[in-house]
Design a protein around this ligand. Structure first.
Ligand code: GAP
Length: 443
């Protein structure tokens, strides 16, 4: 089976999962809209992440901070100075590229010898220039200096600047964590591979505050926990996941050590989540820029210190792309495409179908729908042949089909169809509810 991103893009549009932004205006590059099934899927994924962080871990609490924040935060964090990509331009056709697309060691390139991949001209490339990835905007009615603000490029800083308020209000003792899900924005130069790299995206970040000296062991702990998350809650094939440790030339300006969890996408192994040891870099920078003491007082040991921070930083949209790619299956034998979403995260758990549109079957099927929808998300479908209805739902990743036929009217049994095997069982409604309920909880 040749799994390509193009096939997934087209299925996502066909089934109402993801659309190109502003399509009727010709599209808006590197921004995507999530349709009815996409938003369900995305919510199911983020719900599990939130549960894992803030429910399973008693010492992790949540936060929802603003997208716009005091501009000095981005100077303190280093994003104004260091959040840059090196760019080169073709003077002839004006095409723009990241310098590291030509070579990781782009500083040694003689740009006069480089051919523009767009127009083919040799020798018209500029030297690399730094380009800041943050979106700038103005706050208030007048656009003048002093009114500039940035759309946050990571959610993490909202956590750092609130950490003392949260620690005090919730009486948190180190080690403790703060989790946040929210939008982040980056003016990416090369935005490609569908929702993998976009200019507007969602992050799910957790910052874990620890005593210096315990940071290395804590990083190892979180690496393990985050790796397990993908198979436990999302049903991702473990053999398609691996760790990648950042070399010195890859480390972000704030990190002492960094690991990526990578997935084997059709376009190669690529990062879905980063686990970073940010040391006390961010808190000490915020101390410097705000003039506030951000240290933590460890009462039992009667000592004060600036906590170290272990960060787990995942992109919700990338996680969703991982789920989509992992689930895509061309069932050649039966001439159908199936999204094998784990029932835990499937947007819709079951489709309810009357076998025909007459003889009281639709009324019975409506009644079944009423009873099932209080347990989980289901949809009712009576349009087209039963085979077509099933195949439509196979593409949408609906794991179960419940069919109401003439026998159902007399003995209150229904057929339960399993998406992946297409096998069917004749069962009572209670049995069906129990089977579906069991399948939607993490194993
Ligand atoms: N706070 C640390 C941080 O932001 P990062 O490695 O730059 O670290 C973390 O980003 C995660 O955010 C990535 O692993 C990825 O999943 C997601 N991400 C980053 N840039 C993205 C983009 N342009 N589009 C979609 N997701 C992105």
């Amino acid at each position: 089976m040749n799994k390509t991103i193009d096939k997934i893009v087209s299925l996502c549009k066909r089934r109402g999962i993801i659309f190109q932004s502003s399509e009727i205006y010709g599209g808006f590059s590197a921004v995507y809209d999530y349709g009815p099934l996409g938003v369900e899927l995305k919510n199911n994924i983020s719900k599990f992440w939130w549960k894992e962080m803030t429910q399973i871990h008693e010492n992790i609490v949540g936060l929802d901070s603003g997208i716009l924040m005091h501009p000095s935060i981005w100077e303190a964090s280093g994003h104004v100075g260091a959040f840059n990509d090196p760019l080169v331009d073709c003077k002839k056709c004006k095409a723009r590229y990241r310098a590291d697309e030509f070579s990781d060691d782009f500083s040694s390139i003689d740009w006069n010898e480089i051919q523009c991949p767009n127009c083919g001209t040799i020798g018209d490339m500029t030297e690399p220039r730094q380009f800041n990835l943050m979106f700038k905007t103005h706050v208030g009615p007048v656009q003048e200096t002093g009114t500039e603000a940035y759309l946050r490029p990571e959610t993490a800083q909202g956590i750092y600047v609130n950490y003392q308020l949260i620690q005090g209000a919730m009486r948190m003792k180190i080690p403790f964590g703060i989790a946040q899900i929210g939008k982040a924005f980056r003016n990416e130069i090369i935005a490609r591979n569908f929702i993998f790299r976009t200019r507007e995206f969602e992050q799910m970040e957790m910052q874990y505050f620890v005593k210096p000296g315990t940071d290395d062991a804590t990083l190892e702990d979180w690496k393990e926990k985050r790796f397990i998350f993908y198979s436990k809650y999302l049903g991702i094939d473990k053999s398609k996941l691996r760790f990648h440790k950042h070399g010195d030339n890859e480390l972000a300006h704030y990190a002492k050590e960094a690991w990526d969890i990578e997935y084997h996408f059709p376009f190669g192994w690529s990062e879905i989540e980063g686990i970073h040891n940010r040391t006390d870099y961010d808190l000490s920078q915020h101390e410097k820029f705000s003039g506030k003491n951000l240290s933590y007082f460890d009462q039992p040991n009667n000592e004060r210190f600036l906590p170290y921070i272990i960060e787990t930083s995942a992109g919700l949209n990338r996680m969703l792309l991982t789920v989509l790619v992992d689930a895509y299956w061309e069932d050649i034998e039966n001439k159908r495409i199936v999204m094998k979403f784990d029932p835990m995260i499937a947007p819709v758990k079951a489709v309810i179908c009357p076998l025909t549109k007459k003889d009281g079957l639709p009324e019975k099927a409506r009644d079944v729908t009423m009873k099932l929808k209080s347990h989980f998300k289901v949809i009712y479908d009576q349009q087209g042949s039963i085979g077509k209805r099933y195949y439509r739902q196979d593409e949408a990743g609906t794991p179960f089909g419940v069919t109401i036929d003439h026998q159902s009217l007399s003995d209150e049994t229904f057929t339960l169809r399993y998406r992946d095997t297409q096998e069917q069982d004749r069962l009572s409604l209670e049995q069906i509810i129990s089977i579906i309920n069991k399948s939607v909880h993490p194993k």
